[in-house]
Design a binder for this molecule. Structure first.
Ligand code: 6GU
Length: 294
């Protein structure tokens, strides 16, 4: 899978590639990342990428021409905005932007173009999973007040936000999306199970109550993860929970499931609505809720 980042801060990503899991994925060739410096697509002395907003107001807006040139350099033509009859000839595009069939002639798939913006649809684990089905994803990092909306209309397939807060630019958001997505690519994590079983992973509510084989982790079922402990058994005057030390794997699974339910109820009760909950889970939840009423 290939990610292509369009940014005015290419140096922002340097350290990010050296991150353990990502650097190994890059070395193994499972992930490729390209960074495009938006300023290299300017032609004036000051390498101008922004301009004042039409209609007035605060801040600056990324101007369309350097972005359009960056897309052209990646072989991405503007989408056709007008629905044409099947037999209609390909229209000429004003301004001489390259032909949109460039990709299909070489058999290449059009990259999936994502605009990083606080106005986008909220990024989730499900979107990360969806992105892993794409061969080539382009992430456009906005800066200042945003980018000229015509670039969004002409080139972008979707607009994604990483949460309800305002960042100074899309770079951090792009890094977050790449991190969350690349770890779901088969072969990237040493233990493929760990991506499925942590918070927001695959649903598997029943496993917590089955007494099948001992397992180190169980299905999260759309819940938050349980707390983890390692040696020493006592630290800072606090003991690791006894149940984790006694080797009874069924008891351990039950304890972990209960912790997941407790944590989710406390921090993200909204997740319980769509979570795959067993009868046993619902019993545990009622008990936790009853405790609180005492
Ligand atoms: Cl993707 N960009 C910016 N500028 N702010 C954000 C964001 C993205 N996601 C949340 N806040």
């Amino acid at each position: 899978m290939r990610f292509e980042i369009v940014t005015i801060f290419p140096e922002f990503f340097t350290g990010f590639f050296e991150n353990g899991i990502l650097s190994r994925a890059l070395a193994k060739g499972l992930v490729e990342i390209g960074v495009r410096d938006l300023r290299s697509f300017t032609h004036d002395r000051h390498r101008t990428v922004d301009d004042r907003p039409f209609g007035g107001g605060e801040g600056m807006v990324l101007k369309p021409e350097p972005l359009a040139e960056a897309f052209a350099a990646m072989g991405i033509a503007p989408k056709l905005l007008i629905a044409l009859p099947d037999n209609a000839p390909t229209p000429e595009i004003e301004g001489g932007v390259p032909d949109s069939s460039a990709g299909s002639e070489t058999g290449a798939i059009r990259p999936h173009v994502v605009l990083m913006s606080a106005q986008g649809r909220p990024f989730t684990q499900a979107i990360a999973r969806e992105l892993t089905t794409r061969e080539h994803v382009v992430l456009v990092c906005g800066r200042y007040e945003g980018i000229d909306e015509r670039i969004n209309e002409l080139y972008c397939d979707e607009e994604i936000s990483i949460g309800d807060y305002v960042l100074s630019g899309g770079e951090l958001a792009a890094a977050v999306m790449i991190d969350a997505t690349m770890r779901l690519i088969p072969g990237v994590l040493g233990n493929q199970a760990s991506s499925e079983f942590e918070s927001f992973g695959a649903a598997d509510a029943e496993i917590a109550t089955t007494d099948a084989f001992p397992r180190s982790q169980h299905g999260a079922g759309g819940l938050l993860d349980y707390p983890h402990y390692t040696r020493p058994a006592e630290f800072g005057g606090l003991k690791a929970p006894e149940v984790l030390l006694n080797g009874d794997h069924l008891q351990i699974r039950r304890w972990r499931r209960e912790q997941q339910l407790r944590k989710t109820l406390a921090y993200r009760p909204d997740l319980l609505e769509d979570a795959a909950l067993s009868k046993e889970d619902r019993k545990i939840l009622s008990a936790i809720r009853a405790e609180k009423q005492d």
